[in-house]
Structure formats: C-alpha cells, structure tokens
Design a protein. Structure first.
Length: 267
C-alpha cells in the first residue's frame, strides 16, 4: 500500500469529527470514548433498545463489541446494526471472546447474518471461530488456530464480504484481495485492558470520515500499534503499565500523517 493514501486521513477525521455510535464492552467503554476524542472523532455510547436505532441514524459509523454481551444488549445491537445498514454507514464488529463459549459464538455468527458488517476486527482465534473454524479462545485472549493468519484473513474477508483485521504480534488486514501487514507494536499493548476495543474505535473514526473501509482499517490498526511502540520508548526507570497507558493516549492524540509516515512499517 502507498502510504500517501493514508497520510491525509488524519486531517480528514479531525475536520469531519465523525460521530461514532458505540455499543461496546462495559469494561472499556470509557477508554473507547476517550480514544475516539483523541483521534478527532465524537463518541456516543447509547445502548437502550428504545433509542439505538435512532442514534445510529445520527451517526457516521457504528461500533459493535461483544465483550460483555448479554441477550438485552444483543437485541440492541441488532436494532442499531440494521438501522446503520439502512442509513448506509459503516458497521465495525469486534467479536470479543468468540470461540470461548457457545453462547457468544452462536450470537456472533447470527449477528453477521442479520447485519451487513463493513469491517471485522479480532484476534486470530476469534476470527477463525467466527467463520466456522474450531478454535478455543482463552477468555478474550487468542488461542491456537490451524492455519496462518495470512490465509485466515483472506478467507474471512472473502467469506464475510467485509474488510477483516487480525491483531497480534503483527497485524494483518485484508479486503479479500490485498493483504497488508502492520509490523509496529509492543507487547505492553496486550497487557493493558481495552487496547483492542480502542482500536475498533479508531478504525471507526477513519471509516466514518472516508469512503474506503480498507484504508480506514489500515489507518486505525496502525495508529494503535505505532502509538504503543512510541509510548514504550518513552518509559523510564520504574515506570510501568499505568504510565504506558497515559503515554499511549498522548501518542494517539498527537498522531499526524507526517509522524505516522515517518515510523509506520507496512508490508
């Protein structure tokens, strides 16, 4: 991918300030709202069945996250997702924990039948389980899968008819034809609760500002990975996860197209 396709997107997000409707993980809802603001978007976290369809009509993108799924939240997700489809705004789906229990795996597979998803973001075992593979997700962490991430991301994008993002030591993204690998990142990203959920919000901000979901997925995913790498470089002495988390948000806030171009590694 030519980096010049991504560089101007940072300014576009801050200029448009897309409204991102979240029905997301209760554990990380505050982080998702703050990272949306940090990159230049505007968050709304409406979850009530009585209003989610109307709120989706006001939004520029919708984030659906299965982290703390229950039946009531699921019904709200369906209503919001179908409303977003009617409006024609992108739906970003984060199938957190899919593969860990039959309940959430079956609901996730049903969701993608009832709602047209634009971008799917998850770890390897979540994506493998979503498309019918037999993977054991460990809580919300990735388990083992029987195929390479490159093969899986291509298969998933083609099967789901959605841009697919698989996070990990290296992140891979596909639109069903091309595959992009993001080589930035740091192990501390996996030790801070919510970085995956926050990445879905970043992707949604880009998707809500432009018409190319593949570029949006690459931009959002690489911002989180690069910000994690830059935040780790700034830790000194005994500074640990708490300081890293603050510096991570600072790096996202201060990310620009020029800063991104200078340090991002895409293959």
């Amino acid at each position: 991918m030519n980096k010049t396709n991504i560089i101007p997107l940072f300014a576009k997000v801050r200029e448009k300030q897309p409204l991102i409707h979240h029905i997301t993980n209760n554990v990380t809802i505050n982080d998702c709202a703050n990272v949306t603001l940090a990159i230049g978007g505007s968050p709304v976290m409406a979850t009530g069945i009585e209003e989610v369809a109307d709120m989706a009509q006001l939004a520029d993108a919708l984030v659906i996250n299965f982290g703390t799924i229950d039946n009531t939240m699921y019904q709200a997700m369906i209503l919001a997702g179908q409303s977003a489809n009617r409006k024609g705004i992108p739906v970003i789906f984060d199938p957190v924990g899919v593969g860990a229990t039959r309940f959430r795996t079956e609901l996730a597979r049903e969701f993608i039948k009832k709602v047209k998803v634009t971008i799917v973001r998850g770890n390897a075992s979540e994506i493998f389980s979503l498309v019918g593979g037999d993977a054991q997700t460990r809580g919300v962490d990735a388990g083992e899968i029987s195929i390479t991430k490159e093969s899986l991301v291509l298969k998933a994008a083609q099967q789901l008819h959605a841009v697919t993002v698989i996070s990990g030591k290296e992140d891979v993204i596909s639109d069903g034809s091309d595959i992009i690998t993001v080589e930035n990142g740091d192990i501390l990203l996996s030790r801070v609760t919510g970085t995956g959920c926050m990445t879905a919000s970043l992707i949604a901000c880009f998707a809500g500002a432009i018409d190319n979901p593949f570029f949006a997925a690459v931009a959002g995913m690489s911002v989180m990975s690069l910000a994690g790498e830059l935040a780790r470089e700034q830790l000194v002495g005994h500074e640990g996860l708490g300081t890293f988390r603050v510096k991570l948000m600072d790096e996202i806030t201060n990310m620009s197209g020029e800063k991104w171009e200078a340090r991002v590694r895409l293959t």
